[in-house]
Design a protein around this ligand. Structure first.
Ligand code: 0L1
Ligand code: MG
Length: 262
């Protein structure tokens, strides 16, 4: 690690305050260019610790930057992983206040709910499908704390991969009964299709993103607990939203889920 504990604490405080106050900031590698991957995940861990100390509950995890469309949009090459806590959950059809956020974007995702614990290393698509209870549509609302979404991967990891809100809903299905690669996905904004894709856009198979997450947790001495919700990553590029927008995600065989921005 390149940063000391007090710097990690100070950066975690700063990034979480930016999230809570909806204020943007410059990417933290500007002031800490030597920061390494362990530092980045240590800052993310400290943000989670702050939330847990205030009574938050971990509800799951997310994989980010898992599709070529997203990687191209953001100019990066590798997936990243973050945590999901109860404060990010939005009920299906509910409203999200844009003034609580900086510059939200929405992403269409396939969400997994696990039935049994998953452990890495060596986790693979088969293990994920065997351990998954159901899949369902999920809209992730990302809101990078970095000005104009300008960042590098380490800064994004420290910022909990831009996690801000998410809504899941629609129709649930057993993960093993569907070919998740060929499921068609349409994201609509105000009744108009704005992005389209298929499950295979996520690393060839959305379960591959969950396996990568489990192997990432395994390298850190952690596992994915039974009952976890996992957002497997945006199938298309992210779409900017503003107050007044209605967003609906339709996934073949999985129905639709909607959210409104006010
Ligand atoms: O969920 C995601 O793919 C977001 C990853 C972080 C980068 C971004 O803010 O787009
Ligand atoms: Mg996402």
């Amino acid at each position: 690690m390149a940063l000391n504990a007090s710097t990690l604490d100070q950066l975690a405080d700063h990034l979480e305050n930016c999230q809570l106050k909806a204020q943007d900031t410059l990417k933290i590698t500007e002031s800490h260019p030597d920061m390494d991957w362990d530092d980045a995940y240590a800052i993310q861990d400290r943000i989670l610790a702050r939330k847990l100390a205030r009574g938050a509950r971990v509800v799951g995890y997310k994989a980010g930057l898992t599709s070529h469309a997203k990687m191209k949009q953001m100019g990066v090459t590798d997936p990243v992983f973050g945590f999901l806590v109860d404060e990010f959950v939005v009920p299906e059809g509910a409203e999200i206040k844009v003034s609580d956020l900086i510059h939200p974007k929405v992403e269409p995702e396939i969400c997994f709910i696990t039935r049994t614990e998953l452990k890495g290393p060596g986790c693979h698509i088969g293990a994920v499908l065997a351990a998954s209870d159901v899949v369902l549509p999920g809209i992730e609302v990302i809101d990078s704390r970095y000005r104009d979404f300008k960042f590098d991967l380490k800064s994004v990891v420290a910022d909990n991969t831009s996690a801000a809100r998410f809504v899941v809903g629609g129709r649930i299905a057993a993960a093993r009964d569907l070919d998740l690669r060929t499921l068609g996905v349409v994201l609509e904004k105000n009744g108009q299709p704005v992005a389209m894709g298929a499950g295979a856009a996520v690393l060839g198979h959305p379960a591959a993103a969950v396996a990568m997450l489990v192997n990432h947790l395994g390298r850190r001495g952690q596992s994915l607990p039974a009952g976890s919700l996992v957002l497997s990553g945006g199938i298309t590029e992210a779409v900017a939203v503003q107050a007044g927008d209605n967003v609906t995600l339709r996934i073949q065989n999985l129905g639709s889920v909607s959210v409104r921005f006010v």
